[in-house]
Write a protein that binds this ligand. Structure first.
Ligand code: G3I
Ligand code: 9MR
Ligand code: ZN
Length: 539
């Protein structure tokens, strides 16, 4: 089918603007909201690439800078419409932030703010400590992780980290309002506090942190309040403990400006977790209990987590000891970096911001510290080096997308957003038009300039995906609420319905907008949070 793929949300006036055609045309036109031609131009042939499987032609309409709504037309084909203007991402940003509110667990929701997406209090009973004969524990609150109702400490810590680092790097984010109950805190910090309060409950008396709280098996597709199975706190891990030490240290700095008592508590809890790590030098990894199928969030090592904890505490307290500790983890992480299997699909581990490899988050703390030390220079070069690699990748396909075929794994949109975070930070360290253009092209891909012709954010874009793997909206027979980021194309095809796709499907097309496809079309807190970081950078 002949298509014109374009970012269906919009463009900043001065950004590069490109659409991709999968057919040959002599010229293209940009049509404004009144049906007038705003620009005529020639398309250039790019050719085929290994990620999209399309023979692509590119229409560059960067010259269109006037505020307005437009679409692209070539031959008799028309694209989706989009905005040009300084406000192009305003609705998107609010929607993406509001999703955390809709994902609140426990007593977190109010009809006034949740509207038709309100659900009754859920997962309020105390949780059984798995395999131990101790009293059950209150861990009520926080956010559901994703399409499932699990609450996972490492995943939660990482989502919070994306949001709080965004606040640190781009304080304008504090001005974004997204219709949640008012408090003395800016909206974004009020929302993040919901998860921080929950994460505090996940910490044991001895400082260690439970890896997750979930039912034994995933719930059926029911409303959260109808999921009444017993809740279990599964084993502690050094992964969760280190991530919590890190994110509480980061939060200490952010909340200190608003609430000294709360900030003090966060630091105490961070130090308590860190002390436990010091007393437990060997990694305590995590495996699901026999027969349990909820999210595992497994990791092979805890060096990147310990590195993040040390770097965050160094940034928060200024104590040299933590700097030395961070330095101690560096050789281990670099050794991991050298494994071929790892290098195949990612760049440099000091630029990783995912739920497993968190050394990049430590790097962000060191960048904020900005002390020009040996390790500061090292991570700075790692970020800039990775950004340069991404710029090069983006020249290898017609979409200007900085991804390789290996990146199309479960949650490929997070792989992309992680790269856009790298480009955002690199551009702050060493401003370069190429970084900004690669970033813009990546955002264009997410919002519709891709060979699926789909915007991967619900409610944003004429052809936005509609059927996330998400229990509450499915159970309530409602359209998904706006602002959810889909996991996106995944050549792994790890669910039954995904396996209906032909085996030789191009990576960019390994996607189905179907509620059953948890390996292609689920949503999670830590796929939304990096988009907040990237949009905050653009503000
Ligand atoms: O690390 C390997 C890499 O070496 C290899 O080259 C590459 C290609 O196969 O795969 C990499 O591993 C992937 C791993 O994520 C790390 O990114 C696996 O293939 C992939 O299956 C795995 O997917 C994770 C999935 O759970 C299954 O474990 C997703 O990242 C993770 O986001 C997702 O998380 C789920 C929770 O378990 C439950 N809640 C919903 C959430 C989102 O779907
Ligand atoms: O719905 C679950 C989703 O949130 C998880 O990411 C995924 C992997 O843990 O599992 C989904 O649950 C499926 C379960 O694993 C197998 N039976 C079908 C479930 C979805 O309906
Ligand atoms: Zn709940």
């Amino acid at each position: 089918m002949n298509n014109i793929f374009v970012n269906q949300v919009g463009f900043m006036p001065n950004s590069k603007k490109k659409a991709v055609l999968n057919f040959k045309a002599e010229e293209f036109q940009v049509i404004d909201g009144n049906g007038n031609t705003a620009l005529k131009g020639a398309v250039s042939h790019f050719g085929t690439d290994e990620i999209s499987g399309e023979d692509t032609y590119v229409a560059d309409f960067s010259q269109v800078t006037n505020q307005g709504t437009y679409k692209i037309v070539a031959n008799d084909v028309s694209s989706a419409s989009f905005l040009v203007g300084d406000n192009a991402y305003d609705k998107l940003m609010k929607d993406v932030c509001k999703c955390f509110y809709y994902l609140r667990c426990g007593h977190g929701m109010d009809k006034k703010y949740a509207g038709k997406y309100y659900h009754e209090p859920c997962h309020v009973s105390k949780a059984t400590v798995y395999g131990e004969d101790v009293p059950p524990v209150d861990v009520c609150g926080g956010w559901h992780d994703a399409g499932d109702f699990g609450r996972y400490s490492t995943a939660g810590a990482v989502a919070v980290a994306h949001l709080l680092y965004a606040v640190r790097f781009f304080p304008k984010l504090l001005e974004v309002e997204f219709d949640i109950p008012k408090s003395d805190l800016p909206d974004i910090l009020a929302e993040v506090k919901v998860e921080l309060d929950f994460l505090m409950k996940m910490q044991r008396e001895d400082g260690s942190v439970w890896h997750k709280v979930t039912t034994f098996s995933h719930a059926p597709f029911v409303m959260p309040e109808d999921d009444k199975e017993e809740l279990f706190l599964f084993n502690v891990s050094s992964l969760a403990t280190a991530d919590i030490a890190a994110v509480f240290a980061l939060a200490n700095t952010v909340y200190g400006a608003y609430d000294k008592e709360y900030a003090k508590l966060l630091l105490e809890r961070s130090l308590k977790a860190y002390k436990w790590l010091e007393a437990n030098n060997d990694a305590v990894l995590f495996k699901n209990a026999e027969g349990s199928n909820t999210g595992e969030y497994p990791e092979n090592e805890d060096n990147s987590n310990r590195f993040w904890a040390a770097a965050a505490l160094f940034e928060a307290t200024g104590e040299k000891k933590y700097y030395q500790d961070a330095l101690k983890q560096k050789p281990f992480i670099e050794a991991y970096d050298k494994q071929d299997a790892f290098k195949e699909y990612t760049g440099n581990i000091f630029t990783c911001f995912g739920w497993a490899d968190v050394a990049g988050l430590g790097a962000l703390s060191l960048i904020l510290k900005n002390d020009r030390s040996e390790i500061y220079e090292f991570v700075k070069q790692a970020l800039i080096g990775e950004a340069n690699r991404l710029v090069k990748n983006s020249s290898e396909n017609g979409f200007g997308l900085c991804m390789k075929k290996e990146n199309f794994i479960w949650g490929s949109n997070m792989e992309l957003l992680k790269y856009l975070m790298v480009l955002t930070v690199a551009n702050k360290l060493e401003p370069k038009a190429e970084f900004v253009n690669t970033l813009t092209a990546g955002l264009n891909y997410l919002l519709g300039c891709n060979s699926m012709d789909v915007s991967y954010v619900t409610g944003n874009g004429e052809k936005a995906f509609k059927n996330p793997h998400l229990r509450p909206t499915f159970a309530a027979k409602l359209d998904a609420w706006p602002g959810l980021v889909s996991g996106g194309p995944n050549t792994g095809l790890q669910d039954e319905r995904a396996q209906e796709l032909p085996k030789d499907t191009a990576p960019m097309k390994c996607y189905i907008d179907h509620v059953d496809c948890y390996s292609l079309n689920e949503i999670t807190i830590y796929w939304n949070s990096p988009l907040v970081f990237v949009l905050a950078g653009l503000m």
